[in-house]
Design a protein around this ligand. Sequence first.
Ligand code: MG
Length: 157
Amino acid sequence: MIRIGNGYDLHRLSPGRELILGGVNIPHELGLLGHSDADALTHAVIDALLGAAKLGDIGRLFPDTDPAYRGICSMDLLARVGALLKSAGWTVLNIDATLLAQRPKLAPYIPQMERAIAVALGLNEDQVSVKAKTGEQVGVIGQEQAIAALASALIEQ
Ligand code: MG
């Protein structure tokens, strides 16, 4: 049995926060606001995996009202979700994700993000693809108010 899932996430940009995407700490004057490390890319990947396996969503598994998840590294959550799928008999075939960010330029960090996601899930790097687009200077992405991410996951049982 093969299943597909999609995920989406958006976090607000704010001063005084770190910018972490796909587990990579990216130097920038703004970071993402959130209860965890606010890694929007990893959150979208988590939701794609959970959706594909019909195991709920990130908010249900890791509620942002739970102090246990304050400031937590989202790559740890991704590894837990990978283990959850594995215990339910699912194998991840591939992940494809798109980052939506006006600034900073994310291209130089993409190979590192792909590697980090692959490592967290025990996959090969060629099973994980991350792409990046700007917001064409319009809307919440283009005006640098937020960074968002979309992800798809294909899994097999
Ligand atoms: Mg999130």
